[in-house]
Design a protein around this ligand. Structure first.
Ligand code: ATP
Ligand code: MG
Length: 420
C-alpha cells in the first residue's frame, strides 16, 4: 500500500503553486513599501517558548501543539504561530539595540493539531508582521493598513475590519473583578472549558463558541466600557488614524485576547463567506510579551494571516490570480544531428534568460508540436537535417501560425528581440 499524506496536510501541486507565488510576492512587496523587512526563523523552537509566549491557558498550548523530545532529550515544538519565534529572535539578536521601531514581516508554515476542515489544517501557512519598539497607535493603524492594502490589491472587498481595545494590565485587573462578579452566578451553566477559564482567564469566556455559553452571557460587561483614560485615548487615536487612511471599521467589543501581555488594540478581519473559519486575519498589540519572554520591556503590535484561508477567500470571490506565462520557446528537433543542435541551442537560450524546453520523450514532430502547444510556448523552433544543411532554423509564432526561416547563428539574438 502506498503512503498517504498525514491528515490535515495538503500538497500544493504544480498546477496551483503560481497562486502561492503570487500572493507571497505581493505580500513581500506591500510589506516592503510600508518599510517592513523580512525575518525567517526556524521551523521548531524550545517548547518553553510557546508555553510562555502563547500562554498556558490557550487552546494552542493546551491541545494543538506538535511537541516531541529530540534525540538529545530537548523538548521541541513545531511552531504553531509566528509571533513568539520572532520575539525570541528580536531579544536573542538584540534587535532592540537598533533604531526603532523594528518593523518585521514573515511568511511561515505553522503546525497545530486541530480537527481538519475547510480552511483548518494541521500544517498551514501564515503571513505576519510585527512592529516593535513603539506604543504609538499610528503603528497599530499602519499594521492594519498593511493587511487592508494587501486585500485591496487582491480585489477582495467583502471583508470587515473589527477593532476593539482589551485595555492594559491596570484597567483589566479592575475589569476582571467586575467580570467575575457577573459570571459567578452563571458559572454552573457554562461549559467545562469556560468553568476552567473563570479563574485563569475569565475574559476568554466572552469568546466561547458554544450556544449555551453565548446565551448565558449575552449581557456580559465588556472591557471596552471599562478601559482607563490612557487606553481610551489610544483607542481614539487608532480610530482617527484609520479614518485618515480611509479604512472602514466596526468596533466589536467581543474580540478578546485573554492573556496578560495582550494590551489595547485587538482586531480581526473577517470574510463573510467562509463560515466558522471566517477570520482571515487576527492581530493586535502585545506590550507585555517581549518583557515576558525575557527581553527589555518593549511594546509590540502585529498580525497573523492564514494563507490557505486567503486563497479560499479568493476562490469564493471568483478572483482569478494571473496565470504565469507559458514557455518562450520550444525547440522541436528531428534526427540525430538536429537533436544535438537542439541541446546546444537550448542551453544557450536558457543562459540568456529565455525560458525554453525541448522534447525528452522521443516524440514524433507532430507530437512535439502538440506538447509545445500544451506548454503554451510563444514560439517553436524546428530543426531538421534539411534546416541544418542550410544553416537555418524555422521559427513559428504559435499565436499567429506565421513561419519564417532564420539563420542559426542569429537565432538567439532574434528571439531576444522578439521577446522583449
Ligand atoms: P480560529 O479562531 O479560526 O481557530 P485562531 O484565533 O486560532 O483562529 P490565530 O492564532 O490568530 O487564529 O492565527 C491567525 C490566522 O491564521 C487565522 O486568522 C487564520 O487565518 C489562520 N489559521 C489559524 N489556524 C489555522 C488552521 N488550523 N488552518 C489554517 N489556517 C489557520
Ligand atoms: Mg484556533
Amino acid at each position: 500500500m502506498s503512503i498517504q499524506a498525514p491528515r490535515g496536510t495538503r500538497d500544493v501541486l504544480p498546477s496551483e503553486t503560481y497562486k502561492w507565488n503570487y500572493v507571497e510576492s505581493l505580500f513581500r512587496e506591500i510589506c516592503e513599501k510600508f518599510g517592513y523587512k523580512e525575518i525567517r526563523t526556524p521551523i521548531f523552537e524550545h517548547t518553553e517558548l510557546f508555553h510562555r509566549g502563547v500562554g498556558e491557558t490557550t487552546d494552542i498550548v493546551q491541545k494543538e501543539m506538535y511537541s516531541f523530545k529530540d534525540n538529545g532529550g530537548r523538548e521541541i515544538t513545531l511552531k504553531p504561530e509566528g509571533t513568539a519565534p520572532v520575539v525570541r529572535s528580536f531579544i536573542e539578536n538584540k534587535l532592540y539595540a537598533e533604531p526603532q521601531p523594528m518593523k518585521l514581516f514573515y511568511i511561515t508554515p505553522c503546525f497545530r493539531y486541530e480537527r481538519p476542515q475547510a480552511g483548518r489544517l494541521r500544517a498551514f501557512h501564515q503571513f505576519g508582521v510585527e512592529a516593535f519598539g513603539t506604543s504609538n497607535p499610528s503603528v497599530d493603524a499602519e499594521v492594519i493598513g498593511i493587511a487592508m492594502a494587501f486585500y485591496k490589491k487582491l480585489a477582495i472587498t467583502n471583508l470587515e475590519l473589527r477593532i476593539n481595545s482589551v485595555g492594559c494590565p491596570d484597567c483589566r485587573k479592575k475589569y476582571n473583578k467586575t467580570l467575575k462578579e457577573y459570571l459567578r452566578s452563571k458559572l454552573d451553566k457554562l461549559c467545562k472549558t469556560c468553568q476552567d477559564r473563570f479563574d485563569r482567564n475569565p475574559m476568554r469566556i466572552i469568546d466561547c463558541k458554544t450556544d449555551t455559553c453565548k446565551e448565558e452571557i449575552k449581557d456580559v460587561p465588556y472591557m471596552l466600557d471599562h478601559i482607563c483614560e490612557d487606553c481610551r485615548i489610544d483607542f481614539e487615536e487608532l480610530k482617527e488614524n484609520l479614518t485618515l487612511m480611509e479604512i472602514p471599521y466596526t468596533v466589536d467589543p467581543t474580540i478578546v485576547r485573554g492573556l496578560d501581555y495582550y494590551t489595547k488594540t485587538a482586531f480581526e478581519i473577517v470574510s463573510k463567506e467562509i463560515g466558522a473559519q471566517g477570520t482571515v486575519c487576527g492581530g493586535g498589540r502585545y506590550d507585555g510579551l517581549i518583557g515576558c519572554l525575557g527581553g527589555p520591556s518593549t511594546p509590540g503590535v502585529g498580525f497573523g494571516m492564514g494563507i490557505e484561508r486567503l486563497l479560499l477567500t479568493l476562490q469564493n470571490n471568483q478572483i482569478e490570480i494571473p496565470r504565469p506565462r507559458g514557455l518562450d520557446i520550444f525547440i522541436a528537433a528531428i534526427g540525430e544531428n538536429p537533436s544535438k543542435e537542439a541541446v546546444k541551442l537550448l542551453h544557450k537560450l536558457r543562459l540568456e534568460g529565455v525560458s525554453a524546453d525541448k522534447d525528452h520523450m522521443n516524440r514524433s514532430l507532430k507530437a512535439q508540436f502538440k506538447y509545445a502547444d500544451k506548454q503554451q510556448a510563444a514560439y517553436t523552433i524546428v530543426i531538421g537535417d534539411h534546416e541544418l544543411e542550410k544553416d537555418i532554423v524555422r521559427l513559428k509564432n504559435m499565436d499567429t501560425g506565421d513561419q519564417e526561416e532564420i539563420k542559426l547563428s542569429n537565432i538567439v539574438q532574434e528571439l531576444k528581440n522578439r521577446l522583449k
